[in-house]
Design a protein around this ligand. Sequence first.
Ligand SMILES: N[C@@H](CCC(=O)N[C@@H](CS)C(=O)NCC(=O)O)C(=O)O
Length: 210
Amino acid sequence: MLTLHHLNNSRSQKILWLLEELKLSYELVNYERDPQTLMGPPALKALHPLGKSPVLEEDGHLLSESGAITEYILSRYGRGRLAPDPTRQDHMRFVECMYFAVSAGMNPIMIKVYARAFGLTGAPMDVAATGELETALSYIEKMLGDGEWLMGDMFTAADIQMSFIPELANAIGAFKGHTKIAAWQKRLYARPAFHRSIERGGTYEFAAPA
Ligand SMILES: N[C@@H](CCC(=O)N[C@@H](CS)C(=O)NCC(=O)O)C(=O)O
């Protein structure tokens, strides 16, 4: 049995959504952010040395890192769903998206979050991160092109993973004018599995089309 250790208003929502898209059976353990500090509770640190969510548990084994969890779920339970076949040319882009979503796409956001937390808004590193974030968002916009999803007409786990970037960019006031991303978000939030993930996990405040 799979168990997802889920923190409210976090990227753990993507895993919940993925589990719902694949219609897998799983248990959910909910953790709440501290309303003042927004940090996860001590129970998350007691669960795993990194103290972050998501954590996936299966038969007593723990897996952290949303990208790794997504890859594990797809390879173990996906049966070819939500990913282009590796022999297809666009599999290359799929893999790129999966890594971009947790690295180059997220890095400038985290720099800006820390800059704000430590009173460094407007400092050179914050300004540089603003530029990098704009580049990342423009790249997502370019990948979407005139397609419905990142892989054109095929909805994949890359759409789920990547959706967190504009959500967070919006949450820190750094999203404006990317109309293709905004239209894509509307399609994402219309998916029944997304709604099931909200019903199961509770409020998800980042789900606001920018
Ligand atoms: N690289 C990790 C990052 C995990 C992470 O930072 N999770 C945040 C929520 S989005 C968290 O648990 N924050 C609570 C805390 O730091 O106390 C992943 O992709 O899973």
